[in-house]
Design a protein around this ligand. Structure first.
Ligand SMILES: *Cc1c(COP(=O)(O)O)cnc(C)c1O
Length: 328
């Protein structure tokens, strides 16, 4: 099931004033290297440190009164959990986040500090998911998943509206890709405003679930391997309802980047632009500098988030490409 452009326009009205309109900046050195104008969409400056606040806020504000009172729930400890907790508190809606015992203490605390109720159960993501389903049945809470929900996709699509308003001459947009909520919404908005713009999804070589699913012609599971782009981990859901079809329909190409290319792009953002970005946000710069996309400019690269462990960031800045799968 795909969603309509009007849903993106409605989302923008709904979330206005609750999310930042993030800036777009030209990357001079990168533009010089690839030979076309490259602009960076500074979405890592978004409140909570990632674009996930757009979709989470739109989902919460779209609930009816009964659903608002019962609250929202998710089984995500990353940027989505953080965004949902923040958006819920701002709207006075209860939020519960379910996680397994294996989730590091600092991640737990970050979400707890945002006022969400934390449920720690079992030792896997599946256990956390089962607990979420129990709470939905027992308390009538609404599950807000990280990508495969119309209101979430429409919210992420507001980023595409901003790109085309601030840089109407754009010809290529590079978007980090995991479950596909960000790219589905963004591509819908961008291509409705100008069908000639190419939208390219970029993801890591390790565990590229959307790419594997498109190759297979249906949603498939992939083995999860630790990666510097941790926010791009996880599958697209075997019962995917929206993002698989939308990605197939709107996305022109999917490009994969290596761990070393991601690390190099984190350094590029830091040394050339003075910006701290997480691995997932670095994949667009990585694809350009590795010459993995044909640079038809002007190009916009979406920097999707900044939530990286700072000790890990420091190692990368000092020149390392940490192999997280070996360290785990
Ligand atoms: C969630 C996330 C992505 C991927 O978004 P999808 O909608 O799952 O494709 C990219 N970058 C960051 C920083 C994220 O948190």
């Amino acid at each position: 099931m795909t969603i309509a452009f009007t849903q993106v326009l409605e989302a923008r009205k709904r979330i206005a004033g609750r999310i930042l309109r993030t800036p777009m900046r030209e990357a001079a050195a990168l533009s010089e290297r690839v030979g076309v104008v490259v602009r960076l969409k500074y979405e890592h400056h978004q409140t909570t440190g990632s674009f996930k606040l757009r979709g989470a806020t739109n989902a919460i504000l779209s609930l009816d009164r009964t659903a608002r009172e019962a609250g929202v729930i998710a089984a995500s400890t990353g940027n989505h959990g953080r965004a949902l907790a923040y958006a819920a508190r701002l709207s006075g809606v209860p939020a519960a986040i379910c996680m397994s015992k294996l989730v590091p203490h600092n991640k737990r605390q970050a979400i707890q500090a945002l006022g969400a109720e934390i449920h720690i159960v079992g030792s896997s993501q599946d256990d956390a998911q089962a607990e979420a389903e129990r709470l939905i049945a027992a308390r009538g809470m609404t599950m807000v998943p990280p990508f495969d929900m119309a209101d979430v996709i429409a919210g992420q699509g507001t980023l595409g509206l901003e790109i085309m308003e601030d840089a109407p001459d754009t010809l290529t947009v590079l978007v980090p890709l995991s479950g596909g909520g960000l790219i589905s919404g963004t591509a819908l908005a961008v291509k409705t405003l100008n069908p000639n713009v190419r939208v390219i999804g970029v993801t890591m070589e390790r565990g590229a679930a959307m790419q594997a699913s498109i190759d297979a012609g249906r949603p498939v599971a992939v083995e999860e391997v630790a990666t510097l782009a941790d926010s791009l981990g996880g599958g697209i859901g075997l019962a995917n309802r929206h993002t698989f079809e939308m990605t197939r329909r709107y996305v022109d190409e999917i490009v994969l980047v290596s761990e070393a290319e991601i690390a190099a792009a984190i350094r590029t953002a830091y040394f050339e632009e003075g910006e701290v970005i997480e691995g997932a946000a670095a994949v667009g710069i990585a694809a350009l500098d590795a010459r993995k996309v044909k640079p038809v400019g002007p190009v916009v690269v979406v920097l999707s988030g900044k939530n990286i462990d700072m000790a890990l960031h420091r190692r990368i800045i000092l020149g390392e490409t940490p192999d997280l799968s070996a360290e785990a």
